[in-house]
Design a protein around this ligand. Structure first.
Ligand code: ZN
Length: 247
C-alpha cells in the first residue's frame, strides 16, 4: 500500500485525536461521581428504610396510646359509678357493701396499672418520634449531598461532551483528506491493537509496541520508498517515518 508521506503524518494526528476521544470516553465512564452517587444512593435507601420503620412505630404506638387511654377511662368511669352507688346509701347489705368496696379497690389498682401502660407507651412513642426526627434530618442532609454530586457530575459531563464534540469534528475534518484504503487499514489495526493503529517510528523504536526494530527490519524500512506504507515487524501497526526516526 502507498500513501503520501504527508498523509501518513496526518494519520498520526488522526491517531492522536482518536486516543483523546478514547480518554474522554474513559473519563466519562469513570467519573468519581458515579461511585460516589452509588454509595450515597445505598446509604440513602438504608436511612429511608429506617425512617419508614420509625414513623411506622410512631403510628403504632399512637394507636397503642389511644387504646391504653380508653382502657384507663373505662376503668375510671366504672370506679366512679361504684363510688356513686356507695355514696348514695342505696346499698345496705353488709355483704353487698363489702363487695362494692372490694371492687372499688380492685379498680383503683387496675387503673394504676393501666396508667403505667399509658406512660410506657408514651415513652416508646417519644423515642420513636425522636428517632424519626433524627433520621429525617440525616436523610435531608444526604439528599443535599446527592444533589450536589449530581450537579458536579452534570458539569463534568458537559465539559467532556463539549471537548469530545470538538475533537470528533477535528478528527472528521482531518480524516476526510486521507486515502480510503489507508484509513481502512488504520481502523482495522486500531480495533485489533487496543486503540492504536498507527505509530511513529522514533529513534528506531516503534511507538506502538515500544520495541526497537532489528537491523533487518530497519534496513527494510530504509529501503522502502517514502510513500510506501510500512508496518512494524513486531506489532503490525502502521509505522510512520519522520525526521526523528533514526534511519
Ligand atoms: Zn510495533
Amino acid at each position: 500500500m502507498n500513501a503520501a508521506p504527508a498523509d501518513q503524518i496526518r494519520l498520526l494526528d488522526v491517531q492522536a485525536l482518536d486516543l483523546r476521544i478514547a480518554q474522554l470516553d474513559h473519563r466519562r465512564a469513570h467519573l468519581p461521581e458515579h461511585a460516589e452517587l452509588e454509595r450515597l444512593g445505598a446509604d440513602l435507601a438504608q436511612l429511608r428504610d429506617l425512617l419508614v420503620a420509625a414513623r411506622t412505630e410512631d403510628g403504632d404506638t399512637a394507636r397503642d396510646q389511644t387504646k391504653a387511654e380508653q382502657d384507663v377511662e373505662q376503668v375510671r368511669k366504672r370506679a366512679a359509678r361504684d363510688q356513686q352507688r356507695l355514696d348514695s346509701g342505696q346499698v345496705t347489705s353488709p355483704r353487698d357493701l363489702e363487695n362494692l368496696q372490694h371492687e372499688i379497690a380492685s379498680l383503683a389498682r387496675r387503673q394504676s396499672d393501666l396508667e403505667d401502660v399509658v406512660l410506657e407507651v408514651m415513652e416508646r412513642r417519644e423515642a420513636a418520634q425522636q428517632r424519626a426526627a433524627e433520621l429525617a434530618e440525616r436523610v435531608a442532609s444526604l439528599e443535599a449531598k446527592v444533589t450536589e454530586a449530581e450537579q458536579r457530575k452534570a458539569t463534568a459531563l458537559q465539559e467532556i461532551d463539549a471537548e469530545g464534540f470538538a475533537v470528533a469534528k477535528e478528527r472528521e475534518t482531518l480524516a476526510e483528506g486521507l486515502p480510503g484504503d489507508l484509513l481502512k487499514l488504520y481502523e482495522r489495526l486500531r480495533a485489533q491493537q487496543g486503540g492504536v493503529g498507527a505509530a511513529r517510528l522514533f529513534q528506531k523504536r516503534c511507538e506502538g509496541c515500544r520495541l526497537e526494530l532489528n537491523i533487518t527490519g530497519l534496513n527494510e524500512v530504509r529501503a522502502a520508498p517514502a510513500d510506501a506504507v510500512v508496518r512494524c515487524e513486531n506489532c503490525g501497526r502502521i509505522l510512520v517515518r519522520t525526521a526523528e526516526s533514526g534511519l
